[in-house]
Design a protein around this ligand. Structure first.
Ligand code: TXA
Ligand code: MG
Length: 350
């Protein structure tokens, strides 16, 4: 199919494009659009056929449920059985914004959208284009990240075109996204809510709002046998660049030394090396293609650039990637969750 690509200015949203996209959604088609976290691939969440198209376009396993995006609190009542107090508090504090809440689904939400589960993930994004699209169409929009399953999530329109061009009806190009990593997912179906995926909203921020919050064991013990994550999507290899990525943890000087050593061996053997550095360490490397992922003094920059840098190494065609770790900051857990998955959990202490 031909994919229509439309540029939209976030500060002055073109009504005609919103109408055009809404018509596609109403007919059961797919529209990729920017959110504040990553680009999403949207379709009518209440139309099982439309959801099925998303799974096909992404090559996504059918047991991996989609997030339903809303623009208004009055859209939620018919999607869920009830809203527990703690969930309500999270919505009041963080919506619209980068947090997704899991609740018991109503009968209206097809299991084709929820990967067969009796629960549904709901999120109210804060991106003006996303909100405008949901409002104009009047449709709760099911939207996973708009990448081919297993690839790094898209943080700009060209990433979506790379992965899904020719497979979706329309891509709304709203420029690069702000945050760059996906929303925090909180399961609110148990008395003590559980974080299923770390994100921009941290555990500390959640606990300030509702008291104790648990973390899904699968997030901290990813390799242990028998630990199955509650968010089905978290069990798949994810965000992976084509080359093998290994992360090195330790004091920065030792890490640089170790990566230089590895890079030299590879380069001597004729392999093309990529290195994930930071602004502070960029000059310390002697070999390979060195790309800064951001500055250690502002972790937001690291989250913002993370997926773009992984994709850049893909287009450079490197054979192997070595990376520093970024654990000691507010977003450390969210950032390392993505990098570790991209590395298939190859991490070494130096
Ligand atoms: O920031 C985001 O959340 C982006 C933007 C587009 O909104 N969306 C996104 O969707 O990251 P996706 O499909 O790439 O990731 C959704 C995650 C998956 O790991 C999925 O398993 C989990 O949410 N999930 C969805 N519904 C669930 C449910 N009912 N129970 C448990 N996990 C669920
Ligand atoms: Mg995804």
């Amino acid at each position: 199919m031909d994919t229509i690509v439309r540029k939209v200015d976030i500060n002055s949203i073109d009504r005609n494009v919103m109408e055009e996209a809404s018509e596609i959604l109403k007919k059961g088609g797919m529209v990729a659009f920017p959110t504040e976290t990553v680009y999403g691939l949207g379709a009518d969440a209440l139309d099982e056929e439309a959801s099925a198209k998303i799974y096909r376009a992404k090559g996504r396993p059918s047991d991996n449920p989609l997030i339903v995006h809303i623009a208004d609190m009055n859209q939620i009542d018919r999607l869920v059985k009830k809203i527990p107090d703690k969930a309500k508090k999270l919505m009041e504090r963080f919506w619209p914004g980068p947090i997704t809440v899991i609740l018991e689904k109503s009968d209206l939400v097809p299991k084709g959208t929820t990967g067969g589960l009796d629960t549904v993930a709901i999120r109210m994004p804060s991106h003006p284009i996303a909100l405008e699209l949901i409002r104009t169409s009047g449709i709760p929009i099911a939207a996973p990240s708009a990448n081919v399953s297993g690839r790094p999530s898209p943080t700009q329109s060209s990433h979506v075109e790379e992965d899904l061009g020719g497979k979706v009806d329309m891509i709304i190009d709203g420029g690069p996204v702000g945050i760059g990593i996906e929303s925090t997912i909180v399961d609110c179906t148990s008395e003590t809510p559980v974080i299923l995926r770390p994100g921009y909203v941290t555990k500390e921020m959640l606990e300030e709002t509702i008291g104790d919050v648990d973390t899904d064991r699968a997030l901290t013990e990813p390799m242990s046998e028998g630990v199955v994550p509650k968010a089905p999507g978290m069990k798949y290899k994810h965000y992976a660049p084509k080359a093998d990525l290994t992360m090195y943890r330790g004091d920065v000087q030792s890490v640089i030394l170790k990566i230089n050593e590895m890079a030299k061996t590879d380069t001597d053997a004729g392999r093309k090396v990529g290195i994930i550095a930071s602004d502070e360490t960029l000059d310390g490397y002697r070999q390979g293609t060195v790309i800064s992922i951001g500055t250690r003094t502002d972790e937001d920059t690291i989250a913002h650039n993370l997926y773009r840098v992984l994709r850049e190494f893909d287009s450079l065609g490197v054979d192997v990637i070595y990376g520093e770790t970024f654990e000691d900051n507010r977003l450390g857990q969210a950032i390392m969750n993505r990098l570790l998955k991209a590395a298939g959990y190859h991490i070494e202490n130096v």
